[in-house]
Design a protein around this ligand. Sequence first.
Ligand SMILES: [Zn+2]
Length: 266
Amino acid sequence: MEILFIFLVVFGIIVLHGPVSNWYNRFYVRRQYKKFLSQETFLHSIISPNLKYYNRLNLEDQRKFLFRTYLFRRAKRFHYIEVTESAEMPVLISAVAVQLTFGLDKYMLNYFKDIFVLKDDYHYGFYSRPFQGHVDHSGIYLSWDNFMKGVKGLSPNCNVGLHEMGHALAYVNFITQTEEDKHFKKEFKSFSKVARPIFESMQKGSKNILGDYAGTNYHEFWAVSVEVFFENPLRLRHELPALYNAISMLLRQDPMVVLNTNKLAA
Ligand SMILES: [Zn+2]
């Protein structure tokens, strides 16, 4: 009798687990969506004046973008180190993460619960050069001055927010394997087929639009590629078309197409 009972419980857990958790997820998302609607205007008022990427999306995608930003921001603890907190900080940082992962299904970077905002360049560990941002097991670190320079396009080809989110995305998929996006993991192999030879030639001294820092190691190559893909798509596509296409396939988005759509609409 007892065995039968245990069997039924185990059977019940196995059979019902999927439907119950799916139901709960749908319920959770619907509840969050209601809460999000009351913040939609606020989020738009911060993101629209700052993020060109957002303004180029159609209305439906803008709403999806804002909802993802809302969920991302809600899930993180933001810490402010020697910098005065402002309302736009957590919103814009979340928005940049959403920009990078907009074509993917998994976008929460769930392993990272903490995001640290610093004022400007800082020193970290035993490195002698100053940092603009970094990612390690304890969280995502960003310096606000540099972050905003990237968002406003004041530093050509550089966007520290996208750069660090690029590291974080690779981290959750390959290092902690806590949030694996099936498409991203699979497609990363195709990306590497194109990217590895370019990276290796850079290590031998060849120069290209990515700049010397991308040749430091393959992690940096990936993070810099992400920055240039969004910040200077026209030149990247012209100079390294295979790499541009590989990133576009990997991230399931194409900044040039968004640009073209915008041009047509204008
Ligand atoms: Zn880096």
